[in-house]
Design a protein around this ligand. Structure first.
Ligand code: ZN
Length: 641
């Protein structure tokens, strides 16, 4: 517990001349779904182009991803689009979900790829990938013109007709959404105006197509996965200021899904996770574009519910892509097919929206949890991505092949690893929020301010913020003090310790006239703790600060069909059953320090003396080829009903 006297921030001065210490904003803590938006207005992220990563694991991973994107060629990506438009193509098509026979073809080739190269261009100034994106947009424009109805896809409209007729079809609007989103990203992030025109045409086609059906028929069609059609149409409305796209977005809403959430009821059991998270992102965007608070309440309730009642410790959810249990009942659900990677991508996207309304650290803590534990580590050295995130003991990471898989998670993966700079810093007015501890430089040209973040976090337990200012001005810099740190957390300004400190789980607000050369030093001690699996206290995971720890269970399989999957399948064939969870001779309520020994806190490395073996532990994101276990079987076997 924090000493209550340390909570009395407003009465405390920092002691340094010219430094006005505000402390954490109590109003931020008080916000909930029932209360007004943050009174000072919405936070917004800094544009990607104003944030550059510095040398770190994030920059290294960004570069690996860029090399993978660079290995893909425009003619091959365009192949199925061209054939659909009646334009000849002799290119060799990609395989897996981009195979010319797959009903999802085009989702990556004309969608995720465009988003990823647009993000890479804005994040790192990668002009080669921007040119690749421009070339692809030109090719898509030619296809749309040849078709002549504003429709654009890598398959003909037959699949949409099948959808309308109730015939079996995979998910035509899911793919349509990805293409529209890719085009909008090319417009918003790289300024490609042709891309906006193509996306508008696609939006108009979708509007007119859906408009022809009765409400009942439309609701039947919406039982089929449709990605974030509501989101991309709301985005199109925001960019073009045209109400017709809001009307179109309303046609992609499902009261049967949204109404229980508006009434704060978790009826998620049985639903496909990655079908439904994007619908909530769409609701979040509808709140932002229309001002309708009901959408916000839906988004906040959904996110809080998934986070507390349905998430695994790594910050992601789902088994076999679904929510299979009632809330808070994840006992017995550890398997190979846990936590589809796309779901983490989409939950993090939603966390950014909800954070921007509330400035609540909870969402940036959750973002960090997912970023370090189920995004970092899901790309290998060749830029290949995971689909599932196995959480049963004894399994390993498996990846898509470079040209023969093209899963949804390949797509969201190439986007994720191109946009690490998008959440580090937000702003509200002249205030800056430092949300994530990633070595980087924020260049706020309009304000003549450069903020350089120097850190080796999480190896280093803290960060340093260096200010360069050509026009010193009073402003507040808010630094996230994460929930996982201790009351020993400290902040210094120009070497002088602040006498007061924010609680873990809040933002520390420091207001002063920032001068060129000012330095903020943040120390964030980490400690061991544990979190039970929701619904089964006898199964526990260990954490060190924000890092989920995994036991190294020895070498995994070499590269081969159980490691790199050369098909559209998302799991290796002939998987062995999982191992039993490693057992620990400690009760579920034991102090974590009693059963985990810290060996090298800087790496960090740990040891657990299990009942039948000794285990070495490391952060999950550092697990590469090994078999691993994230969860432990504690001594007590009592299970909650
Ligand atoms: Zn996926």
């Amino acid at each position: 517990m924090i000493d209550p006297s340390r909570r009395n921030f407003l009465k405390t001065s920092a002691g340094a001349a010219g430094l006005c210490f505000i402390g954490p904003s109590a109003v931020v803590h008080a916000l909930s779904a029932d209360e007004p938006e943050h009174p000072s207005g919405k936070l917004v992220p800094f544009p990607l182009a104003s944030v550059r990563l510095a040398l770190s694991i994030f920059q290294e991973q960004e570069e690996i991803n860029a090399r993978y994107l660079d290995s893909l060629t425009v003619d091959r990506l365009l192949h199925s689009f061209r054939l659909t438009a009646g334009i000849s193509s002799s290119a060799t098509p990609y395989k897996g979900w981009e195979d010319p026979t797959c009903e999802l073809r085009g989702h990556f080739a004309g969608g995720h790829f465009l988003s990823a190269v647009a993000l890479a261009s804005a994040s790192s100034g990668n002009t080669d990938l921007k040119s690749r994106g421009d070339e692809l947009v030109s090719g898509l424009e030619a296809c749309q013109k040849k078709i002549g109805t504003r429709y654009l896809s890598a398959y003909p409209t037959d699949l949409f007709e099948h959808l309308a007729q109730g015939k079996p079809v995979w998910a035509p609007f899911y793919t349509y959404h990805k293409i529209m989103a890719g085009l909008l990203d090319m417009h918003l992030l790289t300024g490609n105006t042709d891309a906006l025109q193509i996306a508008e045409g696609m939006g108009q086609w979708a509007h007119e197509f859906m408009w022809t059906f009765s409400t009942e028929q439309r609701q039947r069609m919406l039982r089929n996965e449709y990605g974030g059609m509501n989101e991309v149409l709301a985005n199109l409305a925001a960019v073009t200021k045209k109400d017709r796209y809001i009307e179109a977005a309303h046609l992609f809403e499902q009261p049967s899904f949204l109404d229980p959430l508006a009434e704060r009821r978790d009826e998620l059991q049985g639903l496909h996770a990655n079908t439904h998270v994007p619908k909530i992102i769409g609701a979040a965007r509808m709140h932002e574009v229309t001002g309708d608070r009901r959408y916000r309440e839906i988004a906040e309730y959904f996110l809080a519910e998934v986070l507390t009642a349905r998430n695994y410790v790594i910050g992601n959810t789902s088994l076999n892509e679904h929510w299979n249990t009632p809330p808070d009942k994840l006992g017995g659900t550890l398997a190979w097919a846990n936590a589809e990677c796309c779901v983490a991508y989409n939950l993090m996207k939603l966390q950014r929206h909800v954070f921007s309304w509330t400035a609540d650290t909870r969402w940036m803590d959750a973002y960090e949890r997912a970023l370090f534990n189920c995004r970092l580590g899901t790309q290998n050295a060749q830029g290949l991505k995971q689909y599932f995130f196995p959480l049963a003991a004894g399994y390993w990471r498996a990846y898509n092949s470079p040209e023969e898989s093209f899963w949804c998670c390949t797509g969201t993966g190439v986007e994720e690893f191109a946009k690490f700079g998008d959440t580090i810093y937000f702003r509200r007015g002249s205030d800056i929020y430092v949300n994530q501890f990633i070595a980087s430089t924020l260049d706020w040209k309009d304000e003549g301010l450069v903020l350089e973040q120097v850190t080796e976090f999480p190896r280093e337990r803290g960060t340093t913020l260096k200010i360069r200012s050509s026009r010193p001005a009073p402003r507040t810099i808010h630094v996230r003090i994460p929930h996982w740190t201790t009351e020993e957390a400290r902040v210094k300004v120009n070497g002088r310790p602040l006498e007061a400190m924010a609680d873990p789980g809040s933002y520390l607000a420091i207001r002063k006239t920032w001068q060129d050369g000012d330095i903020i030093s943040v120390s964030l001690p980490m400690e061991l703790r544990q979190e039970p699996l929701p619904g089964d206290d006898s199964v526990t995971a260990a954490l060190y600060g924000p890092l989920v720890l995994a036991a190294d269970l020895g070498a995994g399989p070499p590269d081969g069909p159980t490691r790199v999957i050369h098909s559209g399948d998302t799991s290796p064939k002939n998987l062995p059953p999982p191992d039993p969870l490693p057992k620990v001779a400690a009760s579920p309520d034991a102090d974590t320090k009693q059963w985990i020994q810290v060996d090298f806190p800087s790496e960090p490395r740990f040891t657990v003396a299990g009942e039948s073996a000794k285990y070495q532990l490391m952060p999950m994101y550092q697990i590469g080829d090994q078999r691993y276990s994230v969860y432990w079987q504690m001594q007590s076997s009592k299970k909650q009903s």
